[in-house]
Design a protein around this ligand. Structure first.
Ligand SMILES: [Fe+2]
Length: 235
């Protein structure tokens, strides 16, 4: 469990969507940056490509990015993974062809005061589901898949697999209609006790920010592929 929970909770609130925070040219610049970056992970099974925003890339975008994000959430520090030189990265671009399952991005250090995470969609079709339910452990994928749960040999930056969420939020079955429309990639039993706080429909130019303790996942709505830029922050 995170140690600075009182301070973490003090800064928590509902998710926020800010529309038209980036213009077309800025979005184009993000995509150009994405194309230039080297691939970090290409997981062919999950069909996802991940690229870290390394400090040597998109220098002129870094200032703009920090200014725009801090205008919404106030001062923050980056809490993304470090690169090989131990330097901060600005965020993680993900190009995914399949929806990402239920998880939290609590980070890996319980001394940290985790804060907000942001998502900038760079392609128009997609949505992200944020639940009201919260969890104060490390970055964790929540699953009831036995094979997944057996994965213990995790590399740097990989999420823990856990079913600790089952029962933690009560026994109420998840809403069938929402499951059918948005979360068909999840077993409904994996969502027991969860309540949706926000379904964010991706809109290019907008930015979503939410607390790092919030359980969330992609929705099943993907048109081919989607590309987003995520950044994790701490204080
Ligand atoms: Fe996430």
């Amino acid at each position: 469990m995170h140690k600075r929970i009182a301070e973490i909770k003090k800064n928590e609130g509902p998710p926020k969507v800010i529309k038209n925070i980036f213009n077309n040219q800025e979005i184009e610049n993000f995509l150009k940056l994405y194309r230039e970056l080297p691939i970090t992970v290409h997981n062919k099974k999950q069909n996802v490509i991940k690229k870290r925003w390394l400090q040597d890339f998109g220098k002129e975008m870094q200032k703009l990015f920090y200014e725009r994000v801090s205008s919404i959430i106030g001062d923050f520090k980056m809490d993304n993974l470090k690169d090989e030189k131990g330097e901060d990265i600005y965020g993680l671009f993900q190009e995914s062809y399949n929806p990402i399952g239920l998880h939290i991005d609590g980070g890996f250090n319980f001394e940290d005061q985790i804060y907000k995470q942001t998502l900038i969609p760079l392609t128009p079709v997609g949505s992200t589901v944020i639940f009201k339910n919260r969890y104060y452990g490390k970055s964790t994928n929540f699953t009831i898949d036995q094979k997944e749960l057996e994965k213990k040999d995790l590399k740097y930056g990989q999420n823990i697999r856990s079913k600790d969420h089952i029962g933690m939020f009560g026994e109420k079955a998840f809403d069938k209609e929402i499951h059918r429309k948005f979360l068909s990639h999840e077993k409904i039993d994996n969502l027991v006790g969860l309540e949706v706080e926000l379904i964010y429909n991706w809109e290019v130019g907008s930015l979503l920010t939410f607390d790092r303790s919030s359980l969330h996942c992609s929705s099943s709505v993907i048109d081919g592929k989607k590309i987003g830029l995520t950044t994790f922050t701490k204080r």
